[in-house]
Design a protein around this ligand. Structure first.
Ligand code: DX5
Ligand code: ZN
Length: 215
């Protein structure tokens, strides 16, 4: 099932609750929340108190993308703040298998993200424990970057691996540079959860933005 997850990184932070309500009204499926620590990525966003503050704005799934070192140190606060799912970067986790299990022990579905240069092979021994793989289609850290077309074969390969493993249910999420032009390409390659920051929040008609990503 195709889902659209607007990334609030591109929202107006001065009225974040309103922006989230607008995403829900536009037909968004999940709200994508980018947590950056200025160590794993060269940018800093916000933490659990902000997530908690906007939790009451919507009942939609809060899809938390942790671009941080030692992401496990944030899990309890994120769960308390109302995160519905947590995605960690394979590159940030020395003990990825343990980290994925920590998420599951908290009762949340676990996602693993891969930077553009990280091979799919790092997933081999955790695939059965996760329900979402995030293929970064830009280098993480900033919104508004250009989509990296070389990620299309990676998405295709991941989808065929999942099919071969009998796991067509695992979500393939893409994040970075998703627009009405790149959405058909990633969908054709096998992605089913599309994160969109600038395209969605920069669109004059957000309902139309969701419709064109789903078209
Ligand atoms: C990038 C973040 C993205 C970002 C995408 O590191 O993970 O979620 O908001 O922004 P756009 O859609 O503008 O590329
Ligand atoms: Zn993200």
């Amino acid at each position: 099932m195709l889902m659209i997850a607007p990334s609030i990184l591109a929202a107006d932070f001065a009225k974040l609750g309103e922006e989230i309500r607008s995403a829900e009204a536009a037909g968004a499926d999940w709200i994508h929340i980018d947590i950056m620590d200025n160590h794993f990525v060269p940018n800093l966003t916000f933490g659990a108190p902000v997530v908690k503050a906007v939790r009451s704005a919507t009942a939609l799934t809060f899809d938390v993308h942790l671009m941080t070192e030692r992401p496990e140190t944030l899990f309890p606060a994120m769960v308390d703040a109302g995160a519905d799912r947590l995605t960690v970067h394979a590159e940030a986790c020395v003990h990825l298998h343990r980290t994925v299990h920590q998420i599951r022990e908290l009762g949340l579905p676990a996602g693993v993200a891969l930077n553009p240069h990280t091979p799919l092979a790092v997933l081999d021994h955790v695939l059965e424990d996760i329900d979402l793989l995030l293929i970064m289609t830009v280098n993480p850290g900033f919104g508004g970057q250009s989509f990296i077309p070389g990620m299309l074969p990676k998405i295709r390969e991941l989808r065929s691996r999942l099919n071969a493993l009998g796991r067509p249910d695992v979500h393939i999420q893409v994040d970075g540079g998703i627009t009405d032009e790149t959405a058909p390409l990633v969908r054709e390659a096998g992605a089913n959860v599309l994160v969109a920051g600038s395209y969605f929040f920069g669109h004059s008609d957000r309902r139309q933005a969701v419709a064109s990503l789903k078209a």
